[in-house]
Design a protein. Structure first.
Length: 603
């Protein structure tokens, strides 16, 4: 009994220490996941904590649950629109990219590690997939805002690339342990993808139906219901040999993209639970590692980490994304932010549990690769985005809102929403009685300094006013945009999106007369928007750049996939000193590859 009490005390102390250490590390830009891993190692057998923990089976179970929660939360943050622009390229990265990465890492592992081809392939498969926990948390932690297509590709890829890595790992472990698998490898992969996809979609819509129609006694039960439903789908998919990780990610997307009365409470609860899952997962993985065991394989693991970051991932990213119209800067950023986190370490538990030859070696190598990735790539996300000129202005922050469910109201019916106006809100300074609200929406009262005021008595709205508004639930997203912070236009035409701005409907002839840009005679009447859209991807995004010597055009606004406003940079940034040769070489490769693709299309 006393041991249980000590375990609770120790666990709570480690979680609290992780949170406070994370607060300090965020100030210097250190990846929080690296801090959690480090604390786990310090608390472990070789560290001051001296905790002996070697329960790989328990770690696999806890790791599965934690990753499922993290993917569910990541899915809830992924908008349907992300799949419109990033679905095909992300799927290419998650399948073809994983296979290419596995092959390149395996070739180097076999060359330097003196192992068999099967063992080398298993090493490559374990470290091939990016990690949703690492990508989601580090993008948020660094407050890096890149244009939507690049961001969506990274998030969707990290959410759906686990099935391929798991499939390769399981198949190769079976080969190493000389088991007679009754399942064809290709059938196994199909079961993973199709089973996970079908159950994820079905489970997502079933859970959404329950959340919209079931009346629970306590409002606090809805988040628990949502999380339990997601975990039920995960467990069911895993039980029928589908991909539970893909399934739970899809459940998150479906639940997160449909607004209902419990959306806000579920999002807050799942976000908190995902943070707890990350802390527990990385602390536990850190406890499993004994630093003295890393020494023997450290040189080999570091070589593989370097090859993964500088060769395997860039090659796989280029071959996976180039056919979809990504430019070299976008490809370089997606390649660099392909972070390794808990998933490679988690997959390395599989050969240990299966008693595969050299099982612990895979765990050691995966751990070193993850540490290197978090140290080098995780610490340089923001500088890389700035160097590659992919940073765009952050979208306006959503307003603080509290939804009050009316007694007897039906799902989708009327509700009362309380909005707190931030100083940056677009309605601050306007007369309360003159707000242009959607038809049927009513401003009931304003709460100011603890006093309830009518719209006439309130006069001009000020920061920290609380607006109590009656509206239908499907009208709340419109009110969020109306009452939220204004777009920071001061940053738009500056360094981020050009020095000057021009409408997308302006013609190239007008651009030429304004800025002296040479334009082909047969394209003078072409609009700038049409010109850019023909040469950019099928889904233009804010921040897309197009060189039109001697200036550069930058997309500033997009509506319904039509470029509405364009920034102009008169003196485009040159590559940093010393990088000219690298840029020239990359442009040469691009011309050669582009010629090959053009030749294939012409044929």
């Amino acid at each position: 009994m006393e041991a249980s009490h000590h375990l609770i005390l120790l666990g709570a102390a480690l979680v609290l220490l992780s949170i406070f250490a994370g607060m300090l590390s965020a100030r210097v830009g250190a990846p929080l996941l690296l801090v959690f891993l480090g604390l786990g190692m310090l608390a472990g057998e070789d560290g001051p904590g001296g905790i002996i923990y070697n329960d790989f089976q328990g770690a696999y179970t806890v790791g599965s649950i934690a990753l499922a929660v993290i993917l569910f939360e990541g899915g809830m943050r992924t908008h349907f629109s992300a799949f419109k622009s990033a679905g095909p390229p992300a799927l290419s990265l998650a399948t073809v990219g994983v296979v290419i990465t596995t092959g390149i890492v395996a070739a180097v592992a076999m060359l330097f590690g003196g192992i068999t081809w099967t063992q080398a392939l298993l090493t490559g498969a374990i470290v091939a997939s990016t990690d949703a926990a690492a990508v989601f948390s580090l993008m948020r932690q660094n407050n890096v805002e890149v244009h939507s297509r690049v961001k969506a590709t990274l998030e969707v890829e990290s959410g759906i690339n686990d099935p391929m890595a798991i499939f390769l790992t399981m198949m190769l472990v079976e080969m190493l342990t000389a088991r007679e698998s009754a399942t064809n490898p290709f059938l196994m992969f199909a079961m993973q993808m199709i089973g996970g996809g079908v159950l994820g979609v079905a489970g997502g819509f079933a859970l959404l139906w329950v959340l919209k129609r079931v009346k629970l006694v306590g409002g606090g039960l809805y988040p628990i219901l949502a999380l339990a439903g997601a975990m039920l789908t995960f467990g069911l998919a895993q039980s029928v040999h589908g991909s539970g990780f893909l399934a739970v990610y899809l459940v998150g997307i479906i639940v997160g993209n449909q607004h209902h009365r419990t959306t806000a409470s579920i999002e807050k609860f799942v976000d908190a639970f995902a943070w707890l899952s990350q802390i527990v997962l990385f602390l536990m993985l850190g406890l499993l590692v004994t630093p003295h065991s890393l020494v023997g394989l450290l040189p080999q693991a570091l070589v593989l980490a370097i090859v993964l970051m500088l060769v395997a991932r860039p090659v796989a990213t280029f071959l996976s994304l180039k056919p979809f119209g990504f430019n070299l800067r976008e490809i370089a950023f997606v390649s660099w932010v392909g972070l390794r986190g808990a998933v490679p370490i988690f997959l390395a538990l599989v050969p240990v549990l299966a008693n595969a030859p050299g099982g612990r070696n895979y765990f050691t190598i995966a751990f070193v690769v993850v540490i290197a990735s978090l140290l080098v790539q995780g610490w340089t996300i923001a500088p890389a985005a700035k160097l590659l000129r992919l940073i765009v202005p952050a979208p306006p922050a959503p307003p603080t809102r509290v939804d009050l469910e009316l007694p007897g109201a039906k799902q989708g019916g009327s509700t009362v929403a309380g909005y707190r106006l931030a100083a940056e809100s677009g309605v601050v300074g306007k007369l309360a009685g003159s707000l242009m609200l959607p038809e049927g929406v009513r401003l009931l009262l304003i709460v100011r300094d603890g006093h309830a005021l009518s719209t006439e008595a309130a006069g001009f709205l000020v920061a920290d006013d609380y607006l109590m508004i009656a509206a239908r639930q499907d009208e709340l997203p419109v009110l969020d945009r109306l009452l939220g912070a204004k777009t920071n236009r001061r940053s738009d035409p500056g360094m981020l999106l050009g020095e000057f701005s021009i409408e997308g409907l302006a013609t190239l002839d007008q651009l030429s007369r304004l800025y002296g840009v040479p334009v082909p005679a047969d394209e003078r009447e072409t609009t700038i928007a049409s010109y850019m859209m023909e040469r950019l991807s099928a889904h233009p995004a804010v921040g897309d750049r197009l060189k039109l010597d001697p200036i550069e055009l930058i997309v500033q606004g997009v509506e319904d996939e039509i470029v509405t406003r364009v920034g102009i940079e008169l003196e485009p940034e040159r590559p940093p000193e010393g990088m000219e040769r690298w840029v020239a070489a990359a442009q040469s490769v691009r011309r050669v590859v582009g010629g090959i693709f053009r030749g294939k299309r012409a044929a």
